[in-house]
Design a protein around this ligand. Structure first.
Ligand code: ADP
Length: 493
């Protein structure tokens, strides 16, 4: 174990992490650990217990027991109160949790890209409000005789939450929130590259008064713990965020017991800039739509379509903006972009960067791994490719790194055709001052979200989701809550 600094959160004092079942830290049945690295230095940060199928089984049994036992007796008001107490704890432990996250996956700790405390709080307060808004219906029927017909809503049961590494702290709230609001219980499987903030959160939930067993966490490999959770016969629903390839595996695994699924998968989102856009806003907006979190965001707007009359000017602005971003130590004040998550991710991103020019794209700026004092970590310069066509690999495949592929277009119809020529449909952006153009794009783009003159805004009441191979099932809003509820009709004669 290298350099566990005394400034690090106390949670890392013992860097061997166990799994969290029924409110207790327990060793996995077969033992074993997986190292997790600090991506800024490449050093081992902690050892994660290697949970496997038998551990997932224990966690699901615990979740089922809590679902049928103590948790089922909580009134909606009590569930709301528990969420509110958790929000208080979250505010108190915000510095600790964000520090853990920065160490674990490299998100800059300071500066405007830091996950905002207010954003976390607002998200959970939304779910707290939902706890008391769930209700069935009385439906007038046309049956002979005196029959009353009701629609009842019940929590769906045990939910498997498979969490990605790119924003685990925030990502888990999109499962924990609806679970607590509806009265479900959960087994979470965080990603092997970044599990620490999820483990620490599980402890805080119990401290907030969530009964043991309501939220369990089993760390481990996707192919072992993740696959076991996705296939488990007593899990009623899986909420998954991750790659489209893994999403396909989850769909197959769900067939055994016909699980409900919510899948938020990959993307190659278009961000379309018209000549009449306010470029003072569009340049930084488009840039951060690509570079935020070092490009490791599923809805990153990495296919940048620019109207030909401003193409050169825009690409120069984008490259200059990228060069102005401070890439470096995630813990340092002023850092705007941290490292990529892992050597594997670094290799993937640099592989795509090499492929661009081979297929005829022009490397305008960036494209290199950073050396010097950053040589131990997985840092890549913000990168811009020009002369890109929509059929090149860098315009079709998800790179998951700070790489913008800039493609010229002439007309709005052409932009729409190009934007929609993809297997994905997650995010999209439009920059224009013309309402007609904006509305044409808002209606025409085949994606779960269209951001106009902005990018990446999210509100828990509105929600988010994918079209096409970006997945299905809405995350946020009342549509998400419905997904955690089973509906029942009652005919009472
Ligand atoms: P990436 O390839 O970028 O790591 P994944 O989609 O593979 O993205 O990972 C997202 C989450 O899915 C992680 O928690 C990972 O452990 C988990 N996972 C990976 N493979 C499987 C699988 N076959 N079944 C269930 N979960 C999996």
């Amino acid at each position: 174990m290298n350099n566990i600094s005394s400034d690090y959160p106390a949670f890392l004092a013992n860097p061997e992490k166990q799994i969290f079942i029924d409110g207790q830290w327990v060793a996995p049945l077969e033992g074993g650990f997986i190292p997790t690295h600090n991506p800024a230095t490449g050093e081992v940060l902690a050892q994660l217990a290697r949970g496997r199928a038998a551990d997932v089984d224990r966690a699901v049994i615990s979740a089922r027991r809590a679902f049928e036992g103590p948790w089922s007796r909580f009134t909606p008001a009590q569930r709301q109160q528990v969420i509110m107490r958790f929000v208080e704890l979250l505010e108190r432990h915000y510095e600790e949790l964000t520090m853990l996250e920065s160490l674990d996956m490299g998100a800059p700790l300071h500066g405007r890209l830091r996950p905002a405390k207010g954003g976390f709080v607002q998200t959970l307060l939304y779910y707290a409000s939902q706890a008391r808004s769930i209700h069935g219906e009385t439906i007038p029927n046309s049956l002979p005789g005196n029959v009353t017909t009701l629609i009842l809503k019940a929590p769906v049961g045990v939910v498997g939450g498979i969490i990605p590494w790119n924003a685990p702290l925030f990502g888990q709230f999109n499962v924990i929130g609806p679970v607590l609001a509806t009265g479900c219980t959960a087994v979470l499987k965080p990603a092997e590259d970044a599990s620490l903030s999820v483990l620490r959160t599980a402890e805080l939930l119990v401290e907030a008064g969530v009964p043991p067993g309501v939220v369990n966490v089993v760390t481990g490999l996707g192919s072992e713990a993740g696959a076991a959770l996705a296939a488990h016969r007593d899990v009623n629903r899986v909420a998954f965020t991750g790659s489209t390839a893994t999403g396909r595996e989850i769909i197959k695994a769900s067939a055994g017991n016909i699980k409900r699924l919510q899948l938020e998968l990959g993307g190659k989102s278009p961000d379309i800039v018209f000549a009449d856009a306010d470029l003072e806003r569009a340049v930084p907006g488009v840039a951060m739509g690509v570079y935020s979190n070092s490009g490791q965001i599923c809805f990153a707007g990495t296919r940048v379509f620019v109207q030909r009359s401003i193409y050169e000017q825009f690409i120069d602005g984008l490259a200059a903006y990228g060069r102005s971003l401070k890439v470096g130590d995630p813990l340092a004040v002023g850092t705007q972009l941290g490292p990529l998550i892992s050597q594997r991710q670094l290799d993937q991103v640099l592989g795509y960067v090499a492929k661009g020019p081979q297929e005829g794209a022009a490397l305008v700026s960036g494209g290199k791994r950073l050396g010097g004092p950053l040589a131990g970590g997985y840092f890549v310069e913000p990168t811009v490719f020009g002369n890109v066509t929509n059929t090149m690999t860098i315009a079709r495949e998800e790179i998951f790194g700070p790489v913008a592929s800039v493609i010229p277009f002439d007309t709005a119809d052409e932009a729409l055709t190009l934007a929609n020529a993809t297997d994905y449909g997650l995010g999209s952006g439009v920059w224009s001052s013309n309402l007609g153009t904006v509305m044409k794009m808002v209606h025409g783009i085949q994606a779960g979200t269209v951001w106009v003159n902005c990018y990446g805004l999210l509100d828990p009441a509105v929600g988010f989701g994918g079209w096409k191979q970006s997945g299905y099932g809405w995350k946020g809003g009342t549509a998400q809550i419905e997904g955690y509820l089973a509906q029942k009709a009652a005919y009472i004669a």
